[in-house]
Structures are given as structure tokens and as C-alpha cells.
Write a protein that binds this ligand. Structure first.
Ligand code: FAD
Ligand code: N01
Length: 546
């Protein structure tokens, strides 16, 4: 992008001469930096944390691990990296994934272009200069022609506004902002939330706490993780088919190595169906969802899989009250993110673990050392919020982004998130989002999706550079059509039948299904077609025109 940079006198002291500013140093930001450097761009990453890792830097709660096999949930862009890194478990725990991302940063010398402990607060598009002015939390401003938000779909932690919380004098933790300096051993611990994080943390907390109280709002479907150490033989077997498996995943519905098994659950006789579910049981969340290809589309078929899991829960949790409270009903399996468990139901069955169903028995107050519900108080020294994230939009909305004519992205998205292909937003030139709403990311092996988004954005930036640094912006019509398509595809599935974090809401209460459920492979083809057609649905303005 030689020759198109803003004048020096428009810069804040200390700002650098760059082509691209990337926000976030997780899987997405790291690969984006690598890719842009490879293409000769000068890119800089700004990261709020003190190190790389994103999700795996922040979510240090006990029990945190991935639920897609690590050999799949890892980068595929470097065969040498794949060859040299040895995953020790089928589903690596958080410290190992964090070490992997640290290794990637070191191996490709990425840290020298990452500014840690720095938060991006605001970004203003200057249409006359054709660049973004990015404001950092130290008050400085960094101009950049291109801004890429690799801020994560699950990176803005959410804490409930509970009555009386300000009176509680014990320690308060969030799974996504975990601190090791808070004592758990021998303490009375209260956990709010039974999503993926809570379900992973609860067995570990139950083993360490003097007593554990779990405050649950909605029971989730959880299946055994099926984790095990990886042997040299496991790794060698995986390596033999890795290239073909990676390629299959790129073109698959969910970005997994395995495809859904053919057939309709409802069409099989009960014995064969149960046998198939048993075969998939223990193969993690993907295992159950891939048991039949119609599970996410057909209510009756889905009902068989859901009942199979309910029966499994009944086999573990003997106490009828606990069992009733913990058994998910009323929404289809998989329409909320499936959870992976290692000892969750066993922990919930323990006598020293109490389950409070806050729908039946809401929290009405707190004291210095207890949580008060309608039916009485529960003592606690530590509260753990496993209450999730302002998903898909939270991290982006936390930055005050102003596009053309001062248009506020935050205000605009309050009326429902919108993005063309989940990658770009009308009114916000030269801005890209990785794993944004309208992309398949959170409904897939996210790393596979990230690599696709990054490759596409990098190719697009190279094409703009070849045109003298032209400015690109999504067209409103194309964006609207994509969001309508995203919704239409979602309505053909069972996903909209549940309340879940996949849904956003407009100011007037309308639901917006945020991820693209059409499949990783279909999405890839669509993105490639858009690029091949000269970036159809985008307007491209030559820099000479500004
Ligand atoms: P992140 O890893 O979230 O990184 C975003 C980074 O941006 C963060 O470090 C954040 O500090 C930084 N940032 C945000 N805003 C700003 C700002 N304004 N200024 C500066 N920095 C900023 N996905 C799967 O596919 N499989 C799994 O098994 C899986 N397991 C998961 C387990 C947990 C506990 C969680 C929370 C998520 C999991 N996910 C999983 C989803 C996971 O988020 C993605 O797989 C992936 O790690 C996202 O990478 P990312 O780089 O897009 O975002
Ligand atoms: O968050 P969640 P998470 N009182 O939103 C409950 C990924 N991930 O951090 O459902 C009591 O799923 C809330 O109840 P409800 C994965 O994509 C993966 O667990 O809103 N409870 C829910 O039970 C996942 O989906 C792994 O009714 C309250 C819980 O808090 C995503 O990250 C591990 C409450 C939040 O669950 C988010 O998971 C971890 C209240 N006032 C995360 N308010 C893997 O295993 C909210 N809740 C790969």
C-alpha cells in the first residue's frame, strides 16, 4: 500500500506506519498477522491481554478444554507446525492449547508486531484521508488504512445483575476471567450457570470445595467427552490421513473431519437406532450430532437422540428431584450448543452438591456470605459466574466504531447485527470482522472457519493493493440479502426452536439468528464466488477519487 498512507502530521506521536491494524491475538489475530506479513503488508496487532491466546489466555477455569479433537481444532496452514506439535490428549486442556498458541507466536516470530496490555477503545473512519483513526486505552491514536476485528465471538464475558450482589463479601470469579489467587479448596462455592463452561468446571470445583451449590437456569444436553491421552501410534495414524481430513473438513457442514452419518433417525427401527447412538456415545459432542444427518433438521429424529441422552442422565442421577431439574426438555438437542462433560452428572449426583433451579426458586437477595433465594439462603465463600458471553457482537460493540458520516456501529447493531458474509459491514469501509455475525464460525470447528475468513480477507487486501490501495465497502443490498439468507437457512433447521446465545435481539425485540448455518463448505464456495466475481456485493472506490 505504498503511497497511499496518510500524512505524518495526521498521526499521533509514537504511532507506527502500518497498512493493517488487527484487534485481538487469539487464533484469528495470530493467523491474520502471519498471513498479512507473508503477503508483504505491515500489520500490527493490539491485544488487551498480556499474552497471545485469546479464549485460551482468558478461560483458565479448572476443567477448561476443547471439545473438538485437538488434531482438528488446530491450524492447518503449516504442515511443519502440524508435524512438530505433539498433542498429548484427544481434547487438550487449556494450558496445552495456550502453550500451542504461544509456540505458534514464537515459531513465526509474531510477538514483535503485537502490542499487549492495550485495549482498542474507538475507531473513526476518516473518509477524506481514507483511513481509520484507532484510539487505544493509553489515549494514543493509530491511523491505519485497514482495520480487522479479530476480537472473538465469545470474548465479552457476561455477569448477571443479581439482586444484592453488592452485599456479598466473598470472592467473585467469572470462568472467562479466572484468577488462581482465589482459594477454592475447602471453601463453600456457588456456581451460576450450567453451559459448557459450568459443566466443565463443576466436577473439578466439587472435588475441591467443602460444598458446592449450583444455580441452574436452563439444563443443557451434555455428552461424555471421550477424552484420552494420545499415543505415538494415535498421532501417526492421524498424520497418515491428515491432509485429506483437513481438506474434507474445509468442505464439510461443520468443519469436522467426520461427516454426519447418512440416514434419518426416525426411519430406523428402535434397536438399530439405539445401537447407532451407543456407537456415537462417548465420541464427544460431535459424535452425537453426527449420528444421523437429519438430527438438526427433523424434530422427530432429534427427539429420539434427545431421549437417548435423557435416559443416560437417568442412569447416573438417582435423586428424582435433581434428575428432574437437570434433565433438558422443551428444546431440540443441538439447538443450544452441546456440552462436553467429564464427570458432570456424577458430580451433580453427589450429596455435597446442591442444585438450585432458579426458575422455580429465584435469587432474591444476598448477604455478606450467602445467596438468598425465595425458599431460603445458601452459604457461600466464593461465587463463580459461568454465565457466558455477550456472544458474537459483545466485543465488537464494546469498541466505539464510527463509520462513514459518523455512523455508530454500536447503535446500528442495537437494531440487530448485520454483516455481509459475516465479513464486512455497509457504512464501514476497509473494516473486516473475523467470525462475525453471518459467518458459520461458532457453529463449526472455529479454527477451520477462522483460516477461511483470514485467507479470504488477505486475498481481498492483496487485490485492493493491486488497485493502488482502493477502498472497499459492503453494499447495503448485498448485506441485507445475506442476512435474509442467513435467517432463511436457519429457519430450515431446528436451531431457532431454542432460546440460545446464537440469537441476538433488535431494539424492538425481534430475534436475529446470528451464525450462518448453511455449512462451512457452502459458505466457502459462496465467498470464493464473490471474490471471483470481482468482489460482488462490495463497492470498490479507487483511492485517486478521494
Ligand atoms: P478469541 O480467542 O476470543 O480472541 C480475541 C482476542 O481479542 C482476545 O484475546 C481479546 O482480549 C481481544 N480483544 C477483544 N476486544 C479487544 C479490544 N477492544 N482491544 C484489544 N483486544 C481485544 N471453539 C471450537 O471450535 N472448539 C472448541 O472446542 C472450543 N472450545 C472453547 C472453549 C471455551 C472455554 C470457549 C470460551 C470457547 C471455545 N471455543 C471453541 C470458541 C473459541 O472462542 C474459538 O475456537 C477461538 O478460540 C476464537 O478465536 P478468536 O481469535 O476468534 O477469538
Ligand atoms: O456460556 P453459556 P458458557 N442464574 O452462555 C446461565 C464455548 N465453550 O461460557 O441458558 C443462573 O453457554 C445460562 O442460563 P440460560 C461454547 O461455544 C466451549 O458456558 O441463559 N444461571 C447458562 O446456563 C459455549 O456454548 C467449551 O438460561 C444463569 C450459563 O449461565 C460458549 O463458549 C467450554 C444466569 C451460560 O452458559 C459459551 O459457554 C466452554 C443467572 N442469572 C465454552 N445467567 C467446550 O467445552 C446466565 N445463566 C469446548
Amino acid at each position: 500500500m505504498q503511497g497511499e498512507r496518510p500524512e505524518r502530521d495526521q498521526r499521533a506521536a509514537g504511532s507506527e506506519d502500518i497498512d493493517v491494524l488487527i484487534v485481538g491475538a487469539g487464533f484469528a489475530g495470530l493467523y491474520m498477522l502471519y498471513k498479512l506479513r507473508e503477503l508483504g503488508f505491515r500489520a500490527q496487532v493490539v491485544e488487551a491481554g498480556s499474552d497471545v491466546g485469546g479464549t485460551w489466555y482468558w478461560n483458565r477455569y479448572p476443567g477448561a478444554r476443547c471439545d473438538i479433537p485437538s488434531i482438528e481444532y488446530s491450524y492447518s496452514f503449516s504442515p511443519e507446525l502440524e508435524r512438530d506439535w505433539r498433542w498429548t490428549e484427544r481434547y487438550a486442556a487449556q494450558p496445552e492449547i495456550l502453550a500451542y498458541l504461544g509456540h505458534v507466536a514464537d515459531r513465526f516470530d509474531l510477538r514483535r508486531d503485537i502490542r499487549f496490555d492495550t485495549r482498542v477503545m474507538a475507531a473513526d473512519w476518516d473518509d477524506a484521508a481514507g483511513h481509520w483513526a484507532v484510539t487505544l486505552d493509553d489515549g494514543s491514536t493509530q491511523p491505519t488504512p485497514h482495520l480487522i476485528l479479530a476480537t472473538g465471538a465469545l470474548s465479552a464475558p457476561k455477569t448477571p445483575d443479581l439482586a444484592g450482589l453488592d452485599k456479598f463479601r466473598g470472592d467473585i470469579l467469572h470462568t472467562a476471567l479466572w484468577r488462581d489467587d482465589v482459594a477454592i479448596d475447602g471453601k463453600r462455592v456457588a456456581v451460576f450457570g450450567t453451559g459448557s463452561s459450568g459443566i466443565q468446571a463443576i466436577p473439578q470445583l466439587a472435588a475441591r470445595a467443602a460444598q458446592l451449590t449450583v444455580f441452574q437456569r436452563t439444563p443443557n444436553f451434555a455428552v461424555p467427552a471421550g477424552n484420552h491421552p494420545l499415543t505415538d501410534e494415535d498421532r501417526a495414524t492421524a498424520a497418515r490421513t491428515l491432509r485429506a481430513d483437513r481438506e474434507a473438513a474445509r468442505h464439510s457442514p461443520l468443519g469436522f473431519f467426520s461427516a454426519p452419518r447418512p440416514g434419518a433417525a426416525k426411519a430406523q427401527d428402535p434397536a438399530a437406532r439405539t445401537q447407532r447412538f451407543e456407537e456415537q456415545w462417548g465420541a464427544g459432542t460431535a459424535g452425537m450430532l453426527l449420528a444421523y444427518e437429519d438430527l438438526l433438521f427433523d424434530e422427530e429424529s432429534n427427539g429420539f437422540a434427545a431421549q437417548f441422552i435423557r435416559d443416560k442422565i437417568a442412569g447416573i442421577v438417582a435423586d428424582p428431584d435433581k434428575r428432574r431439574a437437570i434433565t433438558p426438555t422443551g428444546y431440540p438437542l443441538g439447538s443450544r450448543r452441546m456440552c462436553s462433560e467429564i464427570g458432570f452428572y456424577d458430580a451433580m449426583a453427589r450429596d455435597d452438591v446442591t442444585l438450585v433451579d432458579v426458575r422455580e426458586n429465584p435469587v432474591i437477595d444476598m448477604t455478606a456470605d450467602s445467596i438468598v433465594t425465595q425458599s431460603g439462603g445458601y452459604p457461600a465463600d466464593v461465587i463463580v459466574f459461568a454465565t457466558g458471553f455477550d456472544a458474537c457482537v459483545g466485543a465488537i460493540k464494546s469498541i466505539d466504531i464510527r463509520g462513514r458520516a459518523g455512523l455508530s456501529l454500536r447503535d446500528d447493531w442495537d437494531n440487530g447485527p448485520r454483516a455481509y458474509l459475516g465479513l464486512a459491514i455497509a457504512g464501514f469501509p476497509n473494516l473486516f470482522t473475523i467470525t462475525g455475525p453471518g459467518s458459520p464460525s461458532v457453529l463449526s470447528n472455529v479454527v477451520i472457519s477462522i483460516e477461511q475468513h483470514v485467507d479470504w480477507i488477505a486475498q481481498c487486501l492483496a487485490a485492493l493493493r493491486a488497485r493502488g490501495g482502493a477502498i472497499i465497502e459492503a453494499e447495503a443490498d448485498a448485506e441485507q440479502a445475506w442476512m435474509a439468507h442467513t435467517d432463511e437457512v436457519a429457519q430450515q433447521t431446528l436451531f431457532p426452536r431454542a432460546d440460545s446465545w446464537y440469537k441476538g435481539r433488535t431494539r424492538d425485540g425481534r430475534e436475529v439468528f446470528m451464525p450462518y448455518v448453511g455449512g462451512v463448505g457452502t459458505y466457502r464456495v459462496r465467498c470464493d464466488e464473490v471474490a471471483a466475481a470481482g468482489y460482488a456485493g462490495f463497492s470498490i472506490r479507487e483511492r485517486t477519487s478521494i
